[in-house]
Design a protein around this ligand. Structure first.
Ligand SMILES: [Zn+2]
Length: 251
């Protein structure tokens, strides 16, 4: 991949994550002063660099490393937008659940593990199970396989990702699997700025179901892109093709 392409993709990740993190801080009322807003932008930029690197890892086949780094970057964003210490909790997403383990930097100390549930990722999980001939735990995430490529309109897909669940045709090439893993990281990146819709457990408890998140941005992004943007012009595809196979999306 050329240095110019790399720099462009990195710059878009850093700036877009910074701006969307600030927006999420604002919605959650944690960008009330210039100082708070600057903090949201700064931490968002760092997280964006983390997401970019996570996608580079996934694109070249180091998927476990990519997924762990993406989870760390997500932790920075969700802690900061909630007005907490950026490293107050370290989260890990598995299926529709996100486990958020407390660190010594957490100020509130209300629980050891908070579990958040995502509505969008629950819906994607159902869609994925519907399409899958086989489901596997691999690289720290849920993968699915199909015996036949996925057909959509006049296009044939050798890989397909629902939310954070990457999947591929059983006999797809290595680059296809890596490409889909990039999409899973993208989905986690979009989920990271989603404000909690409902706070479930209010009282301190060692382990508790804490938030329900809708994943509205993730769902809206999918619908809008599928309806309005041609496949080869979608940013998610341009990025995934560049990072996994160093090529442009096929027309
Ligand atoms: Zn793709």
């Amino acid at each position: 991949m050329s240095a110019a392409d790399r720099q462009k993709i990195a710059a878009i990740n850093v700036s877009a994550t910074a701006v969307v993190t600030l927006a999420s801080c604002y919605v959650q009322k944690h960008a009330r002063t210039w100082r708070e807003a600057g903090r949201c932008l700064g931490i968002g930029a760092i997280a964006g660099a983390g997401f970019y690197q996570a996608k580079r890892f996934a694109g070249r086949g180091d998927i476990t490393e990519g997924w762990l780094l993406a989870n760390a970057a997500t932790s920075l964003v969700e802690n900061t937008t909630a007005g907490e210490h950026p490293l107050g909790r370290i989260g890990y997403t598995f299926g529709p659940f996100r486990l958020r383990l407390v660190t010594p930097l957490d100020r509130a100390r209300e629980s050891i593990v908070d579990i958040d549930v995502s509505l969008a990722e629950t819906i994607y999980l159902a869609r994925m199970l519907n399409d899958a001939d086989d489901v596997d735990v691999r690289d720290g995430m849920l993968w699915w396989e199909t015996r036949d490529p996925v057909r959509e309109d006049d296009r044939l897909f050798l890989g397909y990702t629902w939310g954070i669940y990457p999947g591929a045709w059983t006999r797809a090439r290595e680059t296809t699997w890596n490409h889909e893993a990039v999409h899973a990281v993208q989905a986690l990146q979009t989920d990271s700025v989603d404000p909690p819709a409902i706070t479930l457990a209010q009282k301190p408890r060692p382990i508790r179901f804490r938030h329900l998140r809708l994943g509205a941005l993730n769902l809206a992004d999918n619908v809008v892109h599928a309806q309005l943007v041609d496949y080869e012009d979608r940013w998610a595809e341009i990025e995934a093709y560049r990072l996994s196979g160093d090529e442009a999306p096929p027309r």
